[in-house]
Design a protein around this ligand. Structure first.
Ligand SMILES: C[S@@+](CC[C@H](N)C(=O)[O-])C[C@H]1O[C@@H](n2cnc3c(N)ncnc32)[C@H](O)[C@@H]1O
Length: 281
């Protein structure tokens, strides 16, 4: 496989995936411009999670500076018709406990760097915190940014979901409906992006309890299907346990990842080898 990172990296040849340990800002700066079709990622949210090397407890302006640098490098490495999917969550301020909408902050950063917001997707899930002094949080944002609002890949037919009314004659021959980005209270066959978070039981089953927050693989598969074609390049600059590489591998895309902490390498390698079976999630 072509060396996308321009330096030594770990390659899983059989599956067209590779990753490198390092700071994503530094690594992305070494990557060739216009070489990545889609970036999909979930940066740390500043929630004091125990990742390892990364300190997830820092002033908000440091978090903003990190996202700003990611946006700059992303603009350069993405193809002209490329997309960036950024998963972030509302978080409580450490002192006042007021809610900080990280997606709003990220929106203005990406906008400043010339990206266009195509959708603000609500990812709903059930298992999370139970609050007593405010409503319990049950969603995160996935901001879909494009470099060019008039030219981007959107394979709607590859991600259609079943119609609600199955016997409507007007639907005969049609393949399904748009999965939408909207609220609904009709779970799980709804308009929500309803993918359960990877809970501790699933983590145990997969032998990946070491990572604190893992994407549901089917969610990343949907994003990759809708925004890339076979053989395209997908990058996750905050790779974590390697979910984006698993999804890319399943869909015959080239998956690239950057992860600061080498302590996750064992999990990533294990997942790339073992997780070809969709029923695990
Ligand atoms: C929210 S987790 C990503 C989880 C991932 N979506 C998954 O499915 O496993 C964020 C990851 O970013 C890593 N990280 C933090 N700062 C980084 C940086 N500057 N460059 C690369 N990785 C970084 C952390 O070690 C952590 O594993």
């Amino acid at each position: 496989m072509k060396n996308y990172f321009n330096k030594k990296y770990k390659e899983n040849n059989a599956f067209n995936t590779s990753y490198i340990n390092g700071d994503c800002i530094e690594v992305m700066a070494t990557m060739v411009e216009n070489s990545v079709n889609t970036i999909v990622t979930s940066p740390p949210y500043n929630l004091n999670k125990k990742y390892g090397k990364y300190n997830d407890n820092r002033p908000l302006d440091e978090w903003e500076a990190l996202i700003d640098k990611v946006a700059v490098e992303a603009k350069r490495v993405l193809t002209h018709n490329g997309s960036f999917f950024l998963n972030v969550s509302p978080i409580p301020d450490k002192k006042t406990k007021e809610i900080i909408p990280l997606d709003a902050i990220a929106y203005f950063i990406f906008k400043r760097h010339g990206f266009y917001l195509r959708n603000s997707i609500v990812w709903h899930f059930n298992n999370m915190q139970n609050c007593t002094n405010r409503l319990s949080g049950r969603w995160e944002s996935i901001l879909w940014f494009v470099k060019d609002i008039n030219n981007y890949v959107f394979n709607l037919d590859d991600i259609r979901i079943p119609f609600i009314t199955k016997n409507d004659k007007r639907l005969v021959g049609k393949t399904g409906r748009n999965p939408t980005d909207t609220w609904s209270f009709d779970l799980p066959e709804s308009d929500f992006w309803y993918f359960d978070r990877v809970n501790n039981m699933t983590k145990g089953k997969l032998g990946i309890s070491e990572h604190p927050c893992i994407f549901p693989t089917p969610m990343i598969e949907r994003i990759i299907k809708m925004s890339t074609n076979e053989g395209d390049v997908v990058l996750d600059p905050f790779l974590g346990s390697g979910t984006t590489l698993i999804a890319a591998q399943k869909l015959n895309r080239i998956g690239l990842g950057i992860e600061l902490d080498e302590k996750f390498n064992e999990i990533i390698d294990k997942r790339i080898l073992n997780e070809s079976s969709p029923e695990l999630f």
